[in-house]
Design a protein around this ligand. Structure first.
Ligand code: SAM
Length: 254
């Protein structure tokens, strides 16, 4: 169970509302043992793992637990994969978030671009992001990840490119600035497998378009911001399939 609170062995806590609701749905009884994680490890930087816990009391709407031992358990992918996704409409984005979480994505940035079918005003975008974060939590619990991928606020592609360029500039001297890859159907794109074959980099950012693709101007802007165009082959994959294919290639082969 994901519990968005500080966790420490030997302490007793009342579970956050959302976690308590989940425990109650499963009709657990006092004395039963559960596993808790909060995505922050045991407090030490970079630690990965989970806490054993025992249900002490099941109230009407609250659940008290005692937190037991910490077990270091590495379940994250060896490569950090960040997805910048031209959001597909309907429930396809929900599906993408669920599957990308299972496949080990480190973060997902939903973007609106010129040809996006799904256009969200601020209030609706906030609700959608909250909904997607819930899906990422449920999917992490289901697949046994003890970290939840970061789901960023919705941005326009232009805004995101501008901001990410500034962030990249600020960290340009760090050892691993990662590889930026644009999923493109344009002639001349390099096959993805070839582009990543001999790299020692462990951080990758993929940008893909929505149903209607990215416009030539948007692709040019991405390339100007350091993205290299890559192809996934001669078939046109749906907007939610393309990033999942990249994740599979990079997280399951190392
Ligand atoms: N008609 C649109 C076009 O020409 O761009 C198709 C868009 S496709 C449904 C959605 C996105 O998935 C594309 O913008 C691209 O980023 C990615 N994509 C789909 N198939 C791909 C492939 N074979 N190689 C690289 N990227 C692909």
């Amino acid at each position: 169970f994901y519990a968005d609170v500080a966790l420490a062995a030997g302490t007793s806590i009342s579970l956050p509302e959302q976690t308590a609701r989940h425990v109650q749905v499963l009709r657990l009884q006092p004395g039963e043992r559960i596993t808790l994680f909060n995505g922050r490890g045991n407090g030490e930087p970079g630690s990965e793992g989970e806490f054993d816990a025992t249900v002490e009391r099941m109230g009407r709407s609250d659940v008290d637990v005692t937190i037991g031992a910490w077990t270091a358990t590495a379940r994250e992918a060896a490569r950090a994969i960040h997805l910048v996704v031209g959001m597909p409409a309907n429930d396809r984005m929900d599906w993408l978030i669920e599957k990308a979480t299972e496949l080990g994505a480190a973060s997902i940035q939903p973007v609106m671009s010129e040809r996006s079918v799904l256009r969200l005003k601020a209030e609706r975008a906030d609700k959608k992001v909250a909904h997607w974060r819930g899906i990422a939590i449920a999917s992490s619990e289901q697949c046994g990840r003890n970290r939840v991928p970061l789901i960023h606020e919705v941005a326009t592609l232009g805004e995101w490119l501008k901001k990410s360029t500034v962030e990249t500039d600020a960290t340009a001297n760090t050892a691993n600035t990662g590889m930026r890859l644009l999923l493109s159907l344009q002639d001349g794109s390099r096959p993805l497998a070839q582009a990543v074959a001999s790299t020692a980099l462990t951080s990758f950012t993929f940008l893909n378009g929505p149903e209607g693709g990215l416009s030539p101007a948007e692709e040019a802007a991405a390339i100007a911001c350091g993205f290299s165009p890559v192809t996934l082959g001669p078939r046109v994959l749906r907007a939610e399939t393309a990033p999942l294919a990249c994740l599979s290639l990079l997280t399951l082969t190392r």
